[in-house]
Design a binder for this molecule. Sequence first.
Ligand code: 4EZ
Length: 228
Amino acid sequence: MIAIMGAMPEEIEPILGHIGEYRSYAIAGNLYYQGRYKGIDLVVAYSKIGKVFASLTASVMIQHFKAKKLLFSGVAGAISEDLKIGDLIAATKLCQHDLDITAFGHPYGYVPEGKVYVESDEELLFVAREVAKEKGIDLKEGIIATGDQFIADPEKKEWIKKTFDADALEMEGAAVAVVCDAFDVPFFILRSISDAADMDAGFDFDTFLESSSKISADFIISMVEKMA
Ligand code: 4EZ
């Protein structure tokens, strides 16, 4: 069983479009869609926005649906100047930019028995590079910073860039990474840029949510095909 998750309905709709027939299960306030694509069993769901909902959904996909790999598809705000709207970035590692016990001398993003960065699975990154090569897609790779805030402020964005060396930001990736790491489930977080986390972010996000979600979802489906 491979899990594919997003945070918002728009992020998983293009995935459901590919799998055709599926069954729905309601668990703890979310709907989980189970179906098959090219002979592979899939469970697909959107978590709702933010780290808490994302952790819940990732946990259910692993514990209840026995997902052996988890792929996340969605959109993100760009930090790196290299990333333009519609570009794809695969996370090499992820961190929580809003986790702060620095009052006790710890670095930003760290709590005891945790780690600042959770690293993505190398094999899934390899599959992604192969798909990108075959399709002639310019897949970027970098650090994704996650927090429970929609960032639409150049100063906050700059702080996240300098504190975590992050290339993109969103609100679920690191939560999924922490859960998958704890359960030893290989994960892959893919995002297509919807905005630049600046003053125009709200407007750009609304404008590009659908198109960027589709770019990310199509790539994820190609990865599943490659794994079949
Ligand atoms: C969160 N997602 C945004 C959800 C916003 C509004 C109804 C991705 C994202 C993001 N997150 C795209 N751009 C972002 C930004 N500038 N800051 C945080 O994963 C829902």
